[in-house]
Ligand binder design. Structure first.
Ligand SMILES: [Zn+2]
Length: 496
């Protein structure tokens, strides 16, 4: 005979073991409370991305901005969420926040425990831990000849002020900044957990040589003392980028890799390259006289080889539809204005990154960072061309993608990206073991061909722009391989 209390207890226990998923993977029932167990953005990912048809195997998961901040999860909900995302090939990312240390650590550990138990990667967003070296402390400012501190205001955007200061005044900031990362990395180690992937989006902070930074340093007594030939931009660039790389290595990469040597650690926009940067961030602009490569109206800035000094273990190029890109080129084929530039960026990273360093590319489809009154002539990249671009990226060395987008863009951005990520998995062996054979980007709209070679076979994709050429080929070693049109599809060719 059960007492009423025992019956209630039994019901409670049963209800725990027959736990129904909260909310909406398609038609599944909503939880009783009507409230989601995780963020609405997370739910959009679950709604839009379909479970994978081809097993993900050893391939890196897909990373999505809307799959970062889950909200507070208990063990059971975390497990459910991690599993549901994994069925879709998406990795859940826990966030570290120095301003909410205890809460964010607790939630991060919950997610990490579940991921470890399930044999999945433990993914971390350490972005908040990387701000701010220039924290507004006047000791970090430049100083003029009269000893008066001043800031470089050329990075301010509208009402947002960025107190960019003196590259040579940051030594005392290194340890407090490092401790922001140490705190979390130490706790994961002490809890017997692992860390597999950590990213940051550290951008407007620390020494940056562009915008009007060169002018500011030339006015600073300390900078003049530290840089011998301060009128030489390349010498100035080298000095600043060495410091910038060292800040990232010391305060961010090392606290993680010293404890977790196999962890992938990287930062937005830091990747091996050919000496040029083909894009500008939303806060950057060209200043006459800066060294650059001219391509129609584009000015590709000379870029320092900063990756080796950071200690990063993966490359993170940024392949976005930046608004100004469209008017740099006068191609009649509107899509090719975007495609050309974005393929240059992806190919640059693909060609110059060692094969044992994964490339995890930030991507974004909607026209990125348009002004308040955008020119109606700037036509958005078509969905079809964007998906073609993603395929070509995969065939030029990109290992996986990291979507950045605004909340109102979530559904469409996730759908477009996830479709390609999921479909590509049918070529798993090429993606994992194959070698890219071409990084050529046609200077005019014409067929674009990319390929991965695996033994005697070649996985290729051809996408046609412009109206002329019917013939297209790809160079493999010393031979030209003809590739016939097959719109929207990859082909596997024999090289024998
Ligand atoms: Zn200075």
């Amino acid at each position: 005979m059960c007492t009423k209390f025992e019956k209630t207890l039994l019901c409670l226990i049963l209800s725990i073991f027959t736990y129904t998923p909260p909310a909406a993977f398609g038609s599944e029932p909503k939880p009783d409370s009507g409230k989601l167990a995780w963020s609405g953005r997370m739910q959009t990912v679950l709604d839009v991305a379909k479970p994978l048809e081809f097993d993900r195997g050893k391939r890196l998961p897909l990373y999505l901005w809307p799959a970062i901040n889950s909200g507070k999860l208990d063990d059971q909900t975390a497990e459910l969420l991690v599993k549901e995302l994994d069925r879709r090939g998406v990795g859940l990312i826990g966030s570290w926040s120095p301003r909410r240390r205890d809460d964010s650590l607790a939630n991060g550990l919950t997610i990490a425990r579940v991921q470890t138990r399930l044999g999945l990667r433990v993914n971390v967003n350490a972005n908040a831990c990387t701000y701010h070296f220039f924290n507004g402390d006047e000791r970090t400012a430049h100083v003029d000849e009269a000893g008066k501190p001043f800031w470089d205001e050329s990075f301010d955007s509208g009402s947002r002020k960025h107190k960019m200061g003196c590259p040579f005044a940051l030594d005392f900031r290194k340890d407090p900044m490092r401790e922001q990362v140490e705190f979390f990395a130490r706790a994961y180690k002490e809890a017997g957990l692992k860390i597999d992937f950590v990213f940051a989006d550290w951008e407007i902070d620390g020494p940056i040589e562009y915008n009007r930074a060169f002018d500011a340093s030339k006015r600073c007594a300390r900078c003049r003392e530290r840089i011998k030939n301060i009128d030489d931009f390349l010498e100035f660039q080298r000095a600043l980028r060495k410091i910038r790389s060292e800040l990232q290595r010391y305060a961010y990469a090392t606290p993680i890799t010293s404890r977790f040597p196999d962890a992938l650690v990287g930062n937005y926009a830091v990747y091996p390259h050919n000496g040029y940067r083909h894009w500008y961030d939303y806060f950057e602009y060209f200043v006459e006289g800066q060294p650059c490569l001219v391509d129609q109206r584009a000015r590709y800035r000379v870029w320092y080889d900063d990756f080796p000094g950071t200690g990063f273990t993966f490359a993170m190029p940024v392949v976005y539809t930046w608004y100004p890109t469209y008017q740099w080129y006068d191609f009649d084929d509107s899509d090719y204005r975007w495609f050309y530039n974005m393929l240059l960026v992806a190919s640059n990273a693909g060609e110059n990154t060692p094969s044992d360093v994964p490339i995890i590319s930030f991507v974004h489809w909607h026209t990125t960072a348009p002004p308040d009154d955008p020119d109606p002539k700037v036509k958005q990249l078509s969905r079809e061309a964007y998906q073609e671009l993603l395929w070509h990226m995969l065939l030029r060395g990109t290992d996986t993608f990291f979507l950045w987008c605004r909340q109102d863009e979530d559904a469409e951005e996730v759908r477009l990206l996830h479709e390609v990520y999921a479909a590509a998995q049918q070529y798993a062996e090429f993606l994992e073991e194959g070698t890219p054979v071409s990084f050529r980007v046609p200077k005019q709209p014409r067929p674009v061909v990319s390929g991965l070679r695996l033994g005697g076979r070649l996985l290729v994709r051809r996408t046609d722009f412009g109206s002329s050429a019917k013939r297209a080929s790809i160079t493999v070693g010393d031979r030209e391989v003809h590739v016939s049109p097959m719109p929207g599809k990859c082909q596997v060719l024999s090289l024998r």
